[in-house]
Design a binder for this molecule. Sequence first.
Ligand code: ARG
Length: 457
Amino acid sequence: MAKLWAGRFKKEVNEKVNDFNSSISFDARMIHHDILGSIAHATMLGEQGIIDKKEAEMIVEGLNGILSDVENDNLAIDPTAEDIHMFVEAELTKRLGDTGKRLHTARSRNDQVALDIRLYLKDETDTLIQLTQNLIQVLCNVASEHTETVMSGYTHLQRAQPITFAHHLMAYAQMLLRDMDRLQDAKKRMDVMPLGSGALASTTYPLNRMRVAELLGFANVTKNSLDGVSDRDFCIELCSAISILMMHLSRFCEEIILWCSWEFKFIELDDAYATGSSIMPQKKNPDIAELVRGKTGRVIGDLVTLLTMMKGLPLAYNKDMQEDKEAIFDAVDTAKLCISTFIPMIETMTVLKDNMRNAAAKGFINATDCADYLVKKGLPFRDAYKATGQLVALCIDKSLVLETLPLQEYQTVCELFDNDIYEAIRLDTCVNGRNVIGGPAKEMVEQQILEVKNKLK
Ligand code: ARG
């Protein structure tokens, strides 16, 4: 495709350089937003009398025509165009002749691309927020069914204290709520309209920047033309919010992978959300969870790409910044794909309650409660801790657990023990006794679920 900037040059650009320079293979996806931006720009140019009102109307009509042709597959995007901005402008000029050439008045591709990415990412951020919200909703639904499903909580991946499966799931709901918040926050700073920054030093035309912002639904305009064209913080912030979100999913996936193992067997994935082995007939693998965990590395890589790309750039626009798109688009695409595959996997998994409870019964996870029992009978906590430690050692010696250790044995270690110890160390008692705000007791988790659901509204 002929270059719109050809005037200064005596030679055609080298073919390899042309390919090297081109971004159309990855910025073509912004065509919708590019055209919307141009429609707003042309409308404002007409309103301000910078171009003739009639011509502005023809440009808007022409742009709408290109948009519907692209959407109806009647116009193919030319892969030899330098970028999507050049493609749209050239196509407009093909259709309108000289009038089309007026569109780029008082605009540079530098502020144009800064606008397009913002418009595009604002929509994508909304999609990510919605997907995250759907996932939280699903977690609340599954959690509601498991407020009495006792399992062990872990520290160091060692059985620690009794909780419920609902409580465990809701921990992820809390992380995801923060992720939603971070996405919303990133969107706030994305929500400023850069057109009017020009190439770097704004323009001499009497633009109405606020009008363009209003037409495109932006909350405000950028306040410094150099910053307006060279800021990619919003890509980095979004990528960082996505990286944290993916890190959360990755931790969740790690647990799902463990829970699916025969060693745990806390859950069973639906056949539709697991895969087999080509050689081992018995295998059912949690590939989705593994892939989400794997893809998290890739998203973190995108964040590093963006930060590294920006860290040495002088003001204002530099071509390095064209590299922003593949990184941030990859992060967004990957997160959308991961969340939307993860949701039905969670919705369809079977929770093996008995296995959770059996595992919880074997790990002395009520030892803290046993010590607390003595504290309630007047013993200082350190002494109670020591006595319980001796009891655990005794149990291990005799292949017993605290629930099956006879009362006489208890009393050899401390005479404060009575028959009510057995009730005090029942796992359900232990869980439901933890009824402070944020605790695993049924009533508290129910309250937590309610609060999370209310926040989603
Ligand atoms: N394709 C370019 C990008 O993605 C558009 C801006 C180009 N501006 C320029 N002066 N070469 O960043």
